[in-house]
Design a protein around this ligand. Sequence first.
Ligand code: AQP
Length: 344
Amino acid sequence: MSNPSSSYNGPERVFSGIQPTGALHLGNYLGALTKFVALQHTHECIFCVVDLHAITMAQDPDKLRANTREAAATFIAAGLDPKKAIIFVQSAVPAHTELTWIFNCTARMGWLERMTQFKDKAGKDKERASVGLFDYPVLQAADILAYKATHVPVGEDQKQHLELSRDIAERFNRQYDAPGFFPLPEPLIKGPGARVMSLKDGTKKMSKSDPSDLSRINLDDDADTIARKIKKARTDPEPLPSDTGGLAGRDGAANLVGIYAALAQTSDQAVLDEFGGQGFGVFKPALAELAVSTLAPVSEKLRTLKADPAQIDRILHDGAARAQAIADPIIKEVRKTVGFWGAD
Ligand code: AQP
């Protein structure tokens, strides 16, 4: 990995998070979780269930608690080892909220007004959106920089937010005449599965909050449900083309080919080499078989973990203590740098 900032000379550290806003889906798995799992073998990794982010939209408290445990269980079911990577819940470590306030005074309104996710999520009625939804990317910058994380594995939808984190880090370093204090975190986006689209609309990303359950494959779906959702995925009547140029303007087909390639860890072209000229009557069952065989071990492990919430709670308590031990001295340095009383 490249050096995230020429003047930052701290250790490389990976941070990322997922919101507990519902069952995690294939987009979260391919865009984020599989990358987390690979990175835990090469880097110091911190992975977070971001419940503070979740409440930027209305949440039922009991559901939020259940979804938080379920998201943590899904991290482990997907292959994260809590002995290697730190797994914890965002609200358990106060550094995130404290640093958000400080960064609120570093970030500029104009920067946040350009964020497309706010525009998408707030919709037409942005006057009624929560201030938290507007401020979401600042909290994200605080999540990363509370640990001086240098690398952030995310799906493509988070690229703009990561650029904002870099802007905040750079401005803080300049504002307080502290060159290299914060690293400029690098997004790790490349690779298959960085952008998995809805099964019902190939122009929209697969999302937990899509009202249609048929739009996504959840990681706790059983084999029959996965096969049924793929069968009902919106495509077109044409057979698959023999090269990727032929997927232009065919969003549904391109999405299924991309999903197949990501699951098989190959390229879109290799998938078309095998299936070009075939119709969806052949391709969809092949994709369903691949999806089921890849996801079955994850959903099975998830079921076992969900049956033992006390074990998940132990892992999360341990993770929060380890995360806090990294963040505390960083926040102490931040307080001193900003000029807060009692920090010198
Ligand atoms: N469709 C996707 N394709 C690839 N990557 C994706 N990610 C999410 N959707 C896709 C990646 O998963 C990580 C966690 O995302 P998140 O749950 O914290 O927030 P999100 O991006 O807003 O995901 P959702 O499913 O759309 O959640 P809701 O509906 O609650 O807003 C991130 O790395 C993201 O890139």
